[in-house]
Design a binder for this molecule. Sequence first.
Ligand code: ADP
Ligand code: MG
Length: 329
Amino acid sequence: MAFITLMLSLIWPIASTGFLLSMTQDAMTAADRICEIFDTPETILDGPSRLERAQGRLTLDDVSFRYPDGDADVLRHLSLDIAPGETVALVGGTGSGKTTLTALVPRLADVTGGSIRIDGVDIRELEVANLRSIVATAFEDATLFSMSVRENLTLGRPEATDQEIWEAIEVAQAGFVRDLPWGLDTRIGEQGMSLSGGQRQRLALARAVLVRPRILVLDDTLSALDMETEALVESALRRVLVGVTAIVVAHRASTVLLADRVAMLQEGAITHVGTHAGLLATVPEYRELLSADYNAETAMGPGAEKGSGAETGPGSRTDSDTGEGESHE
Ligand SMILES: Nc1ncnc2c1ncn2[C@@H]1O[C@H](COP(=O)(O)OP(=O)(O)O)[C@@H](O)[C@H]1O
Ligand SMILES: [Mg+2]
């Protein structure tokens, strides 16, 4: 009897030791990850110069890029000169290097060959904060932080007035903010209201527009929008793009039409530069990329959008559905 009592009283301590061990393991893993982040050497360092009144000429000069863990160049000897105020659409298949290229302009990473210049100044020569006040970006995977809509939008320009914020929201067709429980002060992100992929993209676009950048870089920022909303954003963007130098990654003809010129990217190299009509007429690969899009648009079939990380409802692309599980933090 005493033995059984002893056994029974031992079961709980033994079982809980197991719990404790597994919790300790989780904690160690978490601590490891935190240390990893703190230990990452800072590689993007301030340069000595500032550009006070940038014209916005953007020059890619023989740009190559290889990821630190990669064994081949992902971008190979790209050269492109974009005049102040000009809009260039970047078209290319999945994996051709579009996102990588757009990330180099605000120096989320540094080129590993050649240089990127603004008004003739190598961007590595600039203070990073100065560079990022000249260049604003919005990516397909919109990163929002766990804070209010207002705080998320004004990250790039904390002094923006409410009127300016609402103008940016208007351009990005993000009027849904008005219907959030606390409007601009609604907390979003991981610990707040969850937004759909399309809503997040529109906020990211509003954030970029609000900076009033000289150079605007949009990486597939409209991919999660339904076609009607996309058309509205595009017509508003057309006004914003006047006088702004822009690189717009595009999958659809309607987006390409915002641009003065189109650069086609294949396997990390710019293979063609021209007008939309010119490329359509002379480059079969270009025709293929955009006609796949054309078919998708007319058929509105499921999975019409290629490579977009956002949710896709059956039958049509929509951004009104809710509850997107993924998070990007
Ligand atoms: N963080 C990374 N590390 C290593 N390779 C990457 C990373 N991100 C992208 N790549 C590779 O770089 C190439 C270009 O990718 P990406 O710029 O995302 O293309 P796109 O935006 O045109 O689809 C692909 O081959 C991809 O596998
Ligand atoms: Mg991409």
